[in-house]
Write a protein that binds this ligand. Sequence first.
Ligand SMILES: O=C[C@H](O)COP(=O)(O)O
Length: 329
Amino acid sequence: MSLKIVDNTTQDPAHRRNPGFPLDRDWVSRVRMNRSALERRAGSIGARRTVKKDYQLAWLLKAITLIDLTTLNADDTDGRVERLCAKARTPLRAEIRDKLGVADKRILPGAVCVYHTFVHTAVKALEGTGIPVAAVSTAFPHGLAPVETKLAEIEASVKDGAQEIDIVIERGMVLRGDWQALYDQVKSFRKACGDAHIKTILGTGELATQTNIAKASLVCMMAGADFIKTSTGKEKVNANLVTSLTMIRMIRWFAEETGIEIGYKPAGGIATAGDALKYMALMKEELGNHWLQPHLFRFGASSLLTDIERQLEHGLTGHYAADYRQPMV
Ligand SMILES: O=C[C@H](O)COP(=O)(O)O
């Protein structure tokens, strides 16, 4: 089995951060997406075997490095966040790592993602691992609060040690086509983030059309987003392949025009190893293997790791482990 694919780190020194660009209204007005063409293309993902069976275990190991291990529940506690961080420190049991021959490799999730309240706890629990803490700020999940409140929340998360900030946009700005307001707000969020990387959550399930999703993606990238992210996980419709295709194509277009590579984070409802492989195949086919690195791709997921661990064990032994052997939080 080739495990070359898991040899990556969370930082690529050659990667240029998005500096942000002026709002180009002409470009925004030229954006049009064709939903049925997107659906046809999305339906073909995973139909052909993109990942050969022998390589699947290596891809699943890689998938672990691309997860923002997440807990975003109203009943989260310090204890739950600490247990999640313990899982992040040891995402795979030693026995599985040994059997896979990867005991010496860095296989850790891309980040741990929590509410602002728990940033301090997570930073402390992850000390020494190099795993960044991502905070959902700006009145997650709806994004409806005075801008000053949202900016203060970002600043507080950064002060507590968050290295990544997942902001939510106001969906109403997109539905009204108020691109200037969206651009100005995301730009101010980016400024408040400072060195922390900013992921902009679009709430795609609430944006009505693929064209709106594409335009919102573009405006966020112009305003300085490091990542564009689909969903909070709280909308009725969360990440899916059609929307992913729309956003990935905007990332490609943006890279062609500006030379800047923006990250992509599908989030919400991605819970199985099979789902993960489909998203990875989509990235590989549309943007190339290069984009399958933690600084350019993340899964926002609360339960994906559990299934990946189960599938890895099944791949090794032919049996599924009992649930108690893979506790999450
Ligand atoms: O950003 C991450 C999402 O909230 C996680 O959603 P999930 O619980 O459906 O995996």
